[in-house]
Ligand binder design. Structure first.
Ligand code: IZC
Ligand code: ZN
Length: 421
């Protein structure tokens, strides 16, 4: 068998392999570490994992051999919740936030999401592309090889489509793979302030079918929150989307305990995200219905709010994933490693639990578990070489970028912490 690439001399290889369901309960704290390992790659796919010099039996003259220098290697990280494509930024609201004006209050005043809607409408496709591309480079430099990307800054068809097309083009042209989500129900436009029903009807009857027809999104998501979309509206939008063939996600119980966790279980969402205010009953229902809890601790940190109850989720056998929530309002940071560090420091998860949450469980949160999320024969060769001796070190030494090199589909795309252009 021809081998294209061998990465040898891996000090610790965290494979995250060996389960055909998301990790739950005590298994979230277990990871397989192979010492002095190598990974063999052919056509961008992992074909063998071994130790020591055993790779010498499979190399040929044209096999490239690269040296991991005894460092830690993990699967490419997966950021399963981002608002990647948007116009502008919201530092003008930062002082309001620091004065303690709540996130939802800023939105009610026509700022927040609605301010980004205005900037996104005004931006050309090229401007949106260039801005998002810069963020995607940054994510990749932090070790993220797959990103979920939501629309939701148009709140009308043309701009929603503009955002989704930019995301599609990025996925084709950038090394990072994107997973596309339609979030038309992200906020209620000012002109529908007293008639949210009319807006919800536009989302369901006009936007969902068109986005489906153009094949621009695999998932549908709704921001269910007090003052945004109610549980009833969320249920109507998501169940309509399901009937049209979308997979489902939900922004659930972020600020107020509305019953978003319960709704995600009832509808069979792939993931239910945020959950800072989720009820215990809702979490139990999620566990029973295999809904992944996708926790976003960067948002808790930035909004100065409580952290989701990750310990309770793990105790209840809910599969926990962890993502950045990168967006211009509640989490203006592309740094998933910082979110991982908050996974330990804020959510009180162990380093092993956190690594599971951003690899194999995050793959489940975007329905990509058969392709990515672990270093396993048959999966994509998305691999990170961290300049770190072990997994604990990644979480302990916080606020810096630990990445040394990134391989995407078996190709070196980040070297010495920089994207190879
Ligand atoms: O732009 O504020 N929470 N949606 C729901 C967001 C945060 C994004 C934003
Ligand atoms: Zn979000």
């Amino acid at each position: 068998m021809r081998i294209d690439l061998i990465i040898k001399n891996i000090g610790k290889l965290a494979t995250m392999r060996g389960s055909n369901s998301p990790r739950i309960g005590q298994d979230m704290n277990k990871i397989e570490i192979i010492e002095n390992a190598y990974v063999a790659i052919r056509d961008g796919i992992i074909v063998e994992i071994g130790t020591g010099k055993d790779y010498e039996n499979i190399v040929s003259n044209d096999t490239k051999i690269e040296n991991a220098n005894g460092l830690l290697v993990t699967p490419g990280l997966i950021d399963a919740h981002t608002h990647l494509v948007h116009g502008g930024s919201r530092e003008n609201e930062f002082s309001k936030k620091l004065q303690g004006i709540p996130y939802i209050e800023i939105l009610k005043q026509g700022g927040g999401i609605l301010s980004t809607v205005k900037s996104t409408k005004e931006a050309s496709e090229d401007e949106l592309y260039n801005k998002a591309r810069k963020s995607l480079d940054r994510m990749l430099e932090f070790g993220v090889t797959t990103v979920e990307s939501k629309s939701g800054y148009g709140l009308e068809l043309d701009t929603e489509i503009k955002q989704l097309k930019v995301a599609k083009k990025l996925s084709e042209e950038h090394p990072v793979d994107l997973v596309h989500t339609f979030l038309g129900a992200h906020a209620i436009p000012m002109e529908y302030k007293n008639n949210s029903k009319a807006f919800v009807d536009i989302v369901v009857k006009e936007m969902l079918p068109k986005v489906k027809e153009l094949e621009l999104a695999e998932f549908c998501d709704v921001f269910c929150e007090e003052g945004v979309f109610s549980i009833e509206e969320g249920e109507y939008i998501l169940s309509s989307a399901k009937n049209m063939g979308y997979k489902l996600k939900i922004h659930a119980d972020e600020i107020v305990s509305l019953g978003g966790a319960e709704l995600s279980a009832k509808l069979g969402c792939i993931s239910s995200d945020h959950l800072m205010a989720a009820s215990e009953d809702g979490l139990k229902m999620m566990a029973e219905n295999n809904v992944v809890a996708n926790i976003l601790p960067g948002t808790s940190f930035n909004l100065n709010k409580n952290y989701a109850n990750a310990r309770k989720m793990i105790e209840l056998n809910v599969a926990v994933a962890l993502s950045s929530d990168y967006n211009p309002g509640s989490c203006p940071s592309e740094n998933l490693q910082f979110a991982m560090q908050l996974g330990c420091l804020g959510l009180k998860m162990t380093p092993n639990e956190v690594l599971n949450a951003v690899t194999i469980n995050a793959a489940y949160a975007i329905d990509r578990q058969d392709e990515i999320g672990s270093i396993e024969v048959g999966k994509k060769a998305d691999l990170i070489i961290f300049d770190a001796p072990n997994v604990e070190y990644l979480m302990y030494h916080f606020g810096i970028n630990h990445v040394d090199r990134v391989y995407k589909n078996g190709v070196l795309v980040v070297d010495d912490k920089k994207v190879i252009q």
